[in-house]
Design a protein around this ligand. Structure first.
Ligand code: C5P
Length: 231
């Protein structure tokens, strides 16, 4: 007799603090496996941008959640569209990173984004990166990884990225000390919030990248996934 229940689409959940390298690692793992990729942080950045455009206070949970409900978000290749407009660059600023962590504190805002995140789980598989992929959104993920590095290491990486990009006047004004301070604030806010705080899932593998290059981190995730697949 055939098994009529299809096995769930596999998910690899990669969580961790800002600038830990999880986005780059997640994208590369997704490419190697031919899986879909979800950058869940982008969703919170989009909500922050939309709220700003509508003059909504990031600390107003109800108004931000109502705003989030109305958004039409589309990912096409590596571009992101909000209500038809390309906002790929606009959401990547330090300001929107901060705004994202402010709007992400609100449980009603997080609730609005749950179904959208689940909709990315399609065959042959999904690699999802964020803060609560393994704990809240995909608790049944096949593999959970918690990627982290010392705050100073992450601040240095983020600073280098901004220098390489020099994308906006705002970013040009940012110093290493500003970035370090901002990362500390964001980590504290992400870890202390009541709703889906940044925390390593009990069944997640801890991957510290202080002395690990991107290629090594990707190889580590791939090896762990192959082990599970062959089990
Ligand atoms: O990953 P990224 O830096 O783009 O995320 C921006 C902010 O969005 C984070 O600082 C965090 O507050 C929030 N976030 C979240 N849950 C996720 C992804 C991001 O709360 N799954």
């Amino acid at each position: 007799m055939h098994n009529l229940i299809p096995s769930a689409v596999p998910v690899i959940a990669i969580d961790g603090p800002s600038a830990s390298g999880k986005g780059t690692v997640a994208e590369l793992v997704a490419t190697q496996l031919g899986f879909h990729y979800l950058d869940s942080g982008a969703l919170y950045r989009i909500v922050a941008l939309a709220a700003k455009q509508q003059n909504i206070d990031w600390d107003n949970a109800f108004a931000v959640a109502e705003c989030a409900k109305t958004l039409s978000i589309e990912f096409k290749n590596s571009q992101v569209f909000l209500n038809g407009a390309d906002i790929s660059e606009a959401i990547r600023t330090e300001e929107m990173g901060k705004g994202a962590s402010r709007v992400a504190v609100h449980a009603p805002v997080r609730a609005v984004l749950v179904n959208l995140q689940h909709s990315f789980r399609t065959a042959p598989g999904l690699v999802a990166d964020g803060r609560d992929m393994g704990t809240v959104i995909f608790p049944d993920a096949a593999l959970k990884v918690f990627l982290t590095a010392a705050t100073e290491v992450r601040a240095q990486r983020r600073y280098q990225q901004l220098i390489n990009k020099k994308q906006t006047n705002d970013d040009l004004k940012v110093s290493y000390d500003d970035i370090l301070q901002d990362l500390r604030e964001r980590d504290a806010r992400d870890q202390a919030r009541a709703s889906a705080p940044l925390i390593k899932a009990n069944d997640a593998i801890l991957l510290e990248t202080d002395h690990l290059g991107i290629a090594q981190a990707v190889a580590h995730v791939m090896q762990n996934y192959q082990l599970i697949r062959n089990f």
